[in-house]
Design a protein around this ligand. Structure first.
Ligand code: FAD
Length: 459
């Protein structure tokens, strides 16, 4: 019996494909990495996932779980062929439990759909990736993702209470529980969060939720010196006020955003900090004023406070455009956006910004820098002519320098996008002996290496 027939015994034929045109659609994510699967299967429940995994394990077939394919590190790209499990049909909200501050969801649920469902209850799920309208919760959990508000609310790690996992042999386990804390046994939930589909398939998730804040305000501070903006981030974060977001955009990012949409009219300066505070009505004015004063004291030449939802929406719309806007830096050529995702300790942000500028000059490559500076996470965006091989080489050398600079400053090569197959080569340098422990865990749980092989620098 061939594999197609065996898969037909598990799911209906309409949910299996090996049509080359359809397989092509699953051969990439939002990165530049490519690899084509042999089959795509769309399971509808845990039992189906378990049977497919058992089949793959028995026949040593590589298996890659895929959410929405918005990953930026090639995590969902099937480098070794095999089966892609498209999890998008498992997209239900199973339970909203307000009294216990938690929800249970299937992994294919789109992130923004969960928040739309929670809003009428006065609650939200705080980790907020820029890809909220596209990405799945399973992908976010598997990548240990976060976003603009992690500076106050934490990353997805802080919100996962329990995961249903189909292990590489097809066994189904739950990793945690319904309680807010537990000191019982190894923390398997933490192990699975960020494992990028290399240890099992997430089929259910129980997540913490948070009451919506009463009000928000945003502070926009303009600087003529990038390092002063970098120093301000550290000063704000140690001032006692915890902003709900603290984003940095450098002059190249500002130019790109204004080129993309001139109506946004961001001010022409070396760096912008966009800081949001949220909380109770009684404290918001004074929190925003304290942040604004801190910016002025550290060198901001102009500081504005926005209170209205309309003003804030415009500011955030501009910030959310950053990734897309990089393609407008050098219009008229075939361009690709290659973004890096380093994070450094807060005190090292000014040095990291300086190093990125030096790398840009060294390689004569336009690099824009922006990101979640409040937790040290800086994205660099580079635009090259995709038809020019020399430019690819320059880009790779520049990206290598950026990763090494972050590691030299005690940072990490990925703050939120994951390792996938884009950053595996840095895992040894970043983790040393701890990488050997990760490899040992992978071998123990997945001895036949079927789960997302050749990822996370494990091979
Ligand atoms: C415009 C844009 C903005 C972005 N902004 C952010 C941001 O602010 N913060 C951030 O963290 N990321 C961001 N990202 C990156 C990406 O959107 C996130 O990493 C997202 O969480 C990936 O979700 P996905 O459903 O697309 O996962 P995919 O890309 O499909 O998969 C990602 C990884 O998760 C694994 N996986 C998926 N589902 C499962 C499952 N059910 N079980 C086990 N493993 C699974 C895959 O195998 C793969 O390794 C952005 C991407 C884009 C394109």
């Amino acid at each position: 019996m061939n594999l197609f027939t065996k898969l037909q015994n598990i799911v209906t034929t309409s949910r299996i494909t090996n049509d080359p045109a359809e397989l092509y659609c699953y051969s990439s994510d939002a990165s530049y990495i490519r690899g084509t699967p042999d089959y795509v299967v769309m399971p509808c429940n845990t039992a189906e996932v378990s049977e497919i995994v058992k089949l793959a394990n028995k026949h040593r077939i590589p298996l890659v779980a895929r959410g929405a394919g918005t990953g930026l590190a090639g995590g969902a790209v099937p480098l070794c062929g095999g089966i892609v499990l498209d999890m998008s049909r498992m997209n239900k909200i199973i339970d909203i439990d307000i009294l216990d501050l938690q929800v249970e969801v299937e992994p294919g649920l789109i992130h923004a759909d969960l928040n739309r469902a929670l809003e009428p209850h006065g609650f939200f799920f705080p980790p907020d990736p820029g890809s909220s309208e596209m990405c799945t919760l399973g992908g976010l959990i598997a990548n240990r993702g976060s976003g603009m508000r992690s500076v106050k609310y934490g990353t997805v790690t802080d919100y996962v209470l329990d995961l249903e996992i189909v292990m590489p042999d097809g066994a189904v386990i739950w990793t945690g529980g319904r309680v807010m804390k537990s000191a019982s046994g190894y923390d398997l939930t933490a192990l699975m969060v960020g494992s990028e589909g290399t240890l099992g398939v997430i089929t259910r998730a129980r997540l913490k939720i948070h009451p919506l804040p009463e009000v928000r305000a945003a502070v926009l501070a303009h600087f003529n010196d990038q390092e002063a903006a970098g120093r301000t981030v550290s000063a704000i974060m140690s001032s006692g006020i915890v902003p709900s977001a603290c984003e940095l955009m450098d002059s190249t990012t500002i130019k790109a955003i204004n080129t993309y949409n001139a109506e946004l009219g961001l001010p022409d300066c070396e760096a912008l900090l966009l800081i949001e505070v949220d909380g109770a009505q009684c404290s918001i004015e004074s929190d925003a004023a304290s942040v604004a004063n801190c910016c002025r004291e550290l060198g901001a030449f102009d500081v504005k406070i926005a209170h209205s939802e309309v003003e804030m929406k415009e500011l955030w719309a501009a910030r959310r455009l950053a990734g897309a806007a990089v393609t407008r830096l050098n219009p008229g050529k075939t361009r690709v956006y290659i973004g890096e995702d380093v994070a450094v300790p807060l005190s090292a942000i000014p040095q990291m910004l300086k190093k990125i500028r030096a790398i840009s000059r060294k390689h004569d490559l336009t690099i824009m820098t922006y990101g979640h500076a409040g937790d040290g996470n800086l994205h660099t965006g580079m635009a090259i002519d995709t038809l020019d091989k020399d430019q690819w080489d320059v880009l790779k050398r520049a990206a290598d320098d950026i990763h090494k600079a972050a590691l030299e400053l005690g940072g990490t090569v990925s703050g939120e996008h994951g390792i996938g197959s884009a950053r595996g080569e840095y895992m040894n340098q970043e983790h040393g002996g701890a990488l050997d422990v990760m490899i040992a865990i992978k071998k123990a749980l997945d001895p036949h290496n079927i789960m997302n092989p050749q990822k996370v620098g494990l091979e």
